[in-house]
Design a binder for this molecule. Sequence first.
Ligand code: SF4
Length: 398
Amino acid sequence: MRETCASCTPESVLVYVHVPFCVRKCRYCAFVSQTYSVEAVQTYMALLEQEMAWWAGQYGRLRATTVYIGGGTPSLLTPAQVARLFDALERFFDLGQVREITLEANPESVMAPGFLDTARERGVSRISLGVQSFHDHALRMLGRPHDRQKALQAAHAVRTAGIAALSLDLMWGLPGQSLEMWHDDLQQAIFLEPEHLSCYCLSLEQGTELAGCVLDNTLTLPTEECAVQMFEHGCLALDQAGYEQYEIANFAQPGHICQHNWGYWTGRSYLGLGPAAVSTMHGKRWTNAFSLDAYAHALAAGILGKDAEELDAHTQLHEMVMLSLRTSAGLDLSHFQARAGWDFLHCTSSIVEQLCTSGLARICSNHFSLTREGMLVSNTILATVLECMDHYASAGNM
Ligand code: SF4
């Protein structure tokens, strides 16, 4: 890690806290999580405080612009543990100008007595609720521990508790899911009037139970044609309900985009706390150890972030293009030129022209962005654009 000095300390960071506990593993999950136990959470809380103290020792009391407590299942924390977590955040970070505090929660645990009240009292401004579906058989197929009724009750409880904003996570492209089922899920979600919706296409991760079921044909994914219809239908239904699509999978009522995630997509520095949390600061990226034991060892040895990856200029430019093209605003061409020292459109002119002519991308107000049709094939487009950039670089232009 870079030695600490006033001039290299970032002005402000996005702070992410990973709470790695779940009641059980969902069948599609490839995130780092472990089974909840009272003892493990107690150990985790102490280690988390230790980590915050370590970074405060390195960088002083960093100013947090946003705080995002994700997981795992943060709603498994008791009210006392939530309060303890915020005590530590307030002690080791400057939260005076924090713009947003998000807490992820799952329907089966968010209604535990005192949880939401404590969250509100400690400044949580958004609850992101992992609903995924309002169909009980889809929830069972995904291995989620809640049902439709719990999801509805949980959304209601967030409102009753007076949390400023509610975000719902939904999934499409599920085995056995029809366009009609997806339509129902969207209509139910819209009826609840969340300020924000994240709609993710199921991504089958190698080694998960669900991926195995699709491989051996026990479960069948919707056809590609149906998946395209689901994406387009979701975008249109949410348009009509007054949500703005500001990223491939994210939709918000005016003034309610997720500031924390927006920070990731626009290249802000972030500090991740807890096992498996990722940080990017000072052009370096590191990931904390996954298991509690290895995390404890890294803390005791004072080696957090010691194996950080240096993000060279080439990687940073690639990431800037990849992340900004996920957003509806797209790539700010002036910003790119200032960072790269060369003109994005000049180096990618042939491919950009082709993409714009075929309706997959557009150039507007000095931004290059993907249309919805383009977002559907964003991986292919990105691969082509990045290859074009690399070709330009290898010709000695960078
Ligand atoms: S609740 Fe989230 S993190 Fe936990 S097992 Fe399910 S998908 Fe994974």
